[in-house]
Structure formats: C-alpha cells, structure tokens
Design a protein around this ligand. Structure first.
Ligand code: RB5
Length: 142
C-alpha cells in the first residue's frame, strides 16, 4: 500500500515524527517541509490529487487541530477524510467509512495516541454491505 503524508505548519512536527516512525512504510512526503506558515487548503489539495491519481492508496493529513484540513479534503469528490480521535473511531473509520485519508491534530493530539490510531486503522478491514450503499450516496452529493 502506498501511503502519503502531508501537513501544514501546525502539523509539521508531528509529520516528521510519523515519517521517522513509519520509515519502513516509505511514506511519500507531500510537504510542508519546514515550519513556515502555509494554507491548509493548499496542503489538502495536494493530497486529494495524490489519492485521485492513485499515487497514494491512503493519505495522512495533519494541521493544528485536524479540523481545517478535514473540511478542505472532504469538499472534494472521492475523498473520505476521517478525523480520528480514539481507537474505536480508528477501526470504524476503516470498517464503516473505508476512509482514504486519516486526519490528526498536530497541536491537539499526543504522538503515541496517533501512532496507535494509525496502527489500528491499518489492521482493520472494510465491511462493505450496507456501508457501501452509504459511501455510494456520498458520491452523489453536491
Ligand atoms: C494554523 O494556524 C491552523 O489554523 C491550522 O493548522 C488548523 O488548525 C486549522 O484548522
């Protein structure tokens, strides 16, 4: 599985920690590459392109709270970005939502928790069935 990661300045530090922690997974780093202020919609847009072009199967997006970058990513068709804040949400984001982007808050979450959530998500399986009907409806929404 190809995984891409991207953050604004609010998520830069957490992105760097995750990149090192998951070195074996060879995460594709879409930036930002330092602490200079950037706009989270621009970061989300890069990730959306990576998912849509199938350069990445899964994205990890980080801003200060995770809220702005979730809003930005979820405006785009085909994107199911899940702001994951506990372990139950982490496995349900896969089992029910088949999320293609995981979102975290670099200023609001602990690194150890985020790693736990990513590991939980990666081990979970999408259940399909009634959930697929709901995902299909998402694609018809304006
Ligand atoms: C940037 O200062 C901050 O607003 C951003 O990282 C994010 O938290 C927005 O939702």
């Amino acid at each position: 599985m190809n995984i891409a990661i991207a953050a604004d300045h609010g998520g830069y530090e957490l992105k760097e920690v995750l990149r090192n922690h998951y070195a074996d997974l060879h995460l594709t780093d879409l930036g930002t590459f330092d602490c200079q202020s950037v706009d989270y919609p621009d970061v989300a847009q890069k990730m959306v392109q990576a998912i849509r072009s199938k350069t990445a199967d899964l994205g990890i997006l980080i801003c200060g709270t995770g809220v702005g970058i979730s809003i930005a990513a979820n405006r785009c068709k085909g994107i199911r970005a899940a702001l994951v804040y506990n372990e139950e949400v982490a496995h349900l984001a896969k089992e029910h939502n088949n999320a293609n982007i995981l979102v975290f808050g670099g200023r609001t979450m602990k690194v150890a928790d985020v790693i736990k959530y990513i590991d939980t998500f990666l081990q979970a399986k999408y259940e399909g069935g009634r959930h697929q009907r709901r995902l299909d409806k998402l694609e018809t929404m304006e």
